[in-house]
Write a protein of this length. Sequence first.
Length: 258
Amino acid sequence: MNANISSASADPSPGEARFDLDGPVATVTLCRPQVLNAQTPELWAGLREFGRSLPGDVRVVIVRGEGRAFSSGLDTTAAAKNLGSLATSPDGDAQIAAFQEAFSWLRRPSLISVAAVQGHAIGAGFQLALACDFRVVAEDVSFSMAEIKLGLVPDLGGTKRLVELVGYARALELCVTGRRVQAAEAAQIGLANVVVRREELDAAARDLAAAVLAGPRDAVIEIKALIGQAAAHTFAQQEAAERAAQLRRIADLSGLGE
């Protein structure tokens, strides 16, 4: 049974997002469909607090949006009063760091995060999808790193993940042009794990969550760590990391672990 755990301390503005728990699965739902789930600093504060308060037995987080879009990006109307002061504020760097924390917890080693993406995933919406480990997308998806259109840069952790997924040249092209990437291309270049019909999106995300949950938690955590560090390792370093992880797993399965 789903338990809504939104509270005064964890909530963004009323109606902006919903946070639900169902055993080992947590679901974050952006719920401003009237503005295509445009994001605000208040929403980011709620996301950050939810990540901090997440129970330790949660293994999978699904991020989704209500209505016809995942997220159209930054709500520029709501954010306009704050953007101008960031550059001159003595704590501008700290403010942006706090915004980044709303996304970075989705990369936590103990979690597998799944974005269920339909319609527009623009700017901050694209970066929210990129913060997740997996992206299940509908056939009508449209990704765009549109910060360039505002004269801004992507600053919510999306640049590193984008390079990891699609490579330097294509990531740079997407960021400096802000062009749209539709479902077929997203699957081809590695942005999407799977493409499904719109009506199948939520079920496909739940199926992927169930597949993750079928594996032992500690093994999943070890595998995520291995994959996450592989690009920065030489073969010798990665092989050493694999040996260490495997020995920990064998010890645990043999009842020898701490």
